[in-house]
Design a protein around this ligand. Structure first.
Ligand code: AP5
Length: 601
């Protein structure tokens, strides 16, 4: 359904009829490492924002309008990207793809120097011997040619992609002195043995300048194959010495650019590596301010934009919201996460994914915390459901059914009363509930022909009852219609008295694995504590897992900085290594410093 351009923002409309809900709850912890429960208060957020539509069936939260209205950028500030990594880590290969997608000017000091050598210039004459022996060319030579290239108009207009500079502390300082700073520094991380294999097999086409690899990217035609040449510095001995030089200097680079550094796991196929890079650059590019023709900077806001979302995203949070240990969370923070989840799930559905899992463990949705707010879970579900309904889909929202009859009925504690709350909630005055949204119980009998999409709210087993049979029956009955599990808890769970539920384990895990992660968010803490926040792990379909570190700025403000990305969910050890700045091929330490509960990894 199209959304009216004249949508009006309404805020702080209450959830309806909450007084009938129970006033306090406790629930079991989801971790198999925790064997006691904390009393938890059931709190229902009392406000949310709505958009009143001039046409359409319902007054509702309107995420599409929010998305459309965030920032309407006309002229972008050019992006400035630095790419660094060991010899043959794939910098040149990725640069080719980045240039194609983002239109930046590729400035490679290796290429600039090779051009000088081929031209037989004075600089080339000086650089040749160093390069052929795998040594760094003296700083003053490289810095001079770099400075001249960066001052050219195409670079200033289109932004730059700096490859192979700086390579040591003194070069980094030269850039700092010239006030040349990247918006983002990508550091490719590849194990040593792979680097050597990549280097030895590398070939270049002297006609097109294209880089090939005899094993990984052989040329398509014999004619090209015959004219390929190897670089004189690509022998095993020289690569090893270049690698040594790199390792000696890498720390100086990472320290200088720590605030904008993103480690990328480069030991994956080229396109998978690029997907990680692309998502980071896209986020970075979206963040840039616009520039008007007179050079002054401004951000043009759509008239429908929600001011809180805009300021929160661009300025205040710079990536993900801060102060996440303050619970209950503010409406702004809750809305940020509803929107974040929604976008990921919409992308996944657009890409034809039909079995999706949302795992959003912000503190007030994390059953390990004392303040768990079932109302936040309900609001998240409502945001998803109303958005699908907006697209004309009939959505079935399902909660686990009761396990008994009448006065003897029972449910997992966390879910008690949720069905009633869903029924009492405000679904918009034009009655989405009952037309496009319906509420049911998890199980095959609630799958009806007219349902287009199913949202299953926090399905979980409980001691003496395994939800998996109902879940599986429902999913099978749904066929190729999308099923979205929101905060499922299908691992082994302890009961409120600490008894561990291991019933149907194999089936549960197999079922859970048949769902693809559409969204994941979790804060990270030191082992055994829930304070201070060390960082966060976030995944939003189709992008990889982003590992953030929480940094305190001198002003006292906090911010989150991405320190690594992973194509798959990282293990606790991988997270620890990234926080400690260890290269990925290092021996893993068995004791982690961060409190990642094994059950979530
Ligand atoms: P430069 O040309 O910058 O060399 P480098 O940094 O050693 O990097 P490489 O070009 O070897 O590798 P790359 O990371 O670009 O990998 P590529 O994409 O080609 O510098 C050369 C020399 O110039 C230096 O040694 C120094 O003497 C001098 N110099 C330059 N800058 C300087 C500075 N600032 N200061 C002083 N001296 C400086 O990939 C490698 C191979 O792997 C290819 O065959 C490719 O097809 C393959 N490959 C890439 N990605 C993948 C993948 N994902 N999977 C499988 N194969 C892959």
């Amino acid at each position: 359904m199209a959304i009216s351009a004249t949508a009006i923002l309404h805020r702080d409309l209450p959830l309806a009829s909450l007084s009938s809900s129970p006033s306090s709850f406790s629930f079991p912890s989801c971790s198999d490492t925790i064997n006691s429960t904390s009393p938890s208060s059931l709190q229902l957020p009392v406000s949310h924002s709505f958009l009143q539509l001039h046409s359409g069936f319902s007054q509702r939260i309107c995420p599409k309008s929010q998305r459309q209205g965030l920032v309407n950028c006309s002229l972008k500030e050019p992006l400035k990207v630095m790419i660094s990594g060991a010899p043959s880590s794939g910098k040149g290969t990725q640069c080719e793809l980045i240039v194609k997608k983002f239109g930046l000017v590729h400035v490679s000091t290796g290429d600039l120097l090779r051009a000088e050598v081929s031209a037989g210039s004075e600089i080339g004459g000086k650089a040749k011997e160093y390069m052929e022996n795998g040594l760094l060319v003296p700083d003053e030579i490289v810095t001079k040619i770099l400075k001249s290239r960066l001052s050219q108009q195409d670079v200033r207009e289109n932004g730059w992609l700096l490859d192979g500079y700086p390579r040591n502390l003194s070069q980094a300082q030269s850039l700092e002195n010239m006030k040349i700073r990247p918006d983002i520094c990508l550091m490719l991380d590849v194990p040593d043995d792979i680097l050597i294999e990549r280097c030895i097999g590398r070939r270049m086409d002297p006609v097109t300048g294209k880089i090939y690899h005899l094993k990984y990217f052989p040329p398509e035609m014999a004619e090209i194959y015959d004219r390929l040449i190897a670089r004189p510095d690509d022998t095993e001995d020289k690569v090893k010495s270049r690698l040594e030089t790199y390792k000696k200097n890498v720390e100086a680079i990472s320290k200088t650019y720590m605030d904008v550094l993103h480690k990328i796991d480069g030991n994956h196929p080229r396109d998978m590596v690029f997907r990680q890079i692309e998502s980071l650059l896209q986020v970075q590019s979206d963040k840039l301010e616009t520039r008007t023709s007179d050079g002054s900077r401004t951000c043009i806001l759509d008239e429908n934009a929600s001011p809180s979302m805009t300021s929160a995203r661009k300025d205040k949070w710079r990536g993900i919201p801060t102060r996440l240990n303050n619970i209950p969370h503010s409406r702004e923070i809750r809305e940020y996460f509803y929107e974040d989840v929604l976008q990921a799930i919409q992308r996944a559905l657009e890409n034809g994914r039909i079995r999706l899992k949302v795992e959003n463990n912000i503190p007030e949705l994390n059953p390990e915390m004392d303040v768990y707010r079932i109302g936040t879970l309900m609001e998240l579900v409502r945001t998803l459901a109303l958005s699908f309904a907006d697209d004309g889909k009939r959505v079935k929202v399902c909660v686990q059914g009761s396990m008994g009859e009448g006065a003897l009925s029972g449910m997992p504690l966390q879910l008690a009363g949720t069905r009633k709350i869903l029924e009492f909630m405000d679904w918009g005055e034009h009655g989405a509930l009952g037309s496009f949204v319906s509420i049911g119980s998890i199980g095959a009998k609630d799958v009806n022909e007219q349902d287009d999409i199913f949202i299953l709210v926090s399905p979980q087993n409980a001691v003496g009852n395994c939800i998996i049979d109902d879940l599986k029956a429902m999913t099978d009955a749904a066929g190729n219609r999308p099923v979205i599990l929101v905060n499922p808890r299908l691992k082994d769970l302890p009961s409120s008295s600490g008894i561990m539920q291991a019933m149907g384990r194999d089936k549960r895990l197999k079922y859970a694995a048949s769902f693809e992660n559409g969204y994941f968010f979790r804060l990270l803490y030191y082992a055994g504590t829930q304070y201070p926040i060390m960082g966060a792990l976030r995944m939003s379909y189709p992008y990889g897992y982003e590992l953030y570190k929480r940094v305190n700025e001198p002003s006292g403000k906090e911010k989150y900085v991405i320190i690594a990305t992973f194509p798959e969910k990282p293990t606790s050890e991988e997270i620890n290594d990234a926080f400690e700045g260890k290269p990925r091929n290092n021996e893993r330490s068995s004791a982690g410093i961060f409190g990642f509960l094994k059950s979530i990894f």
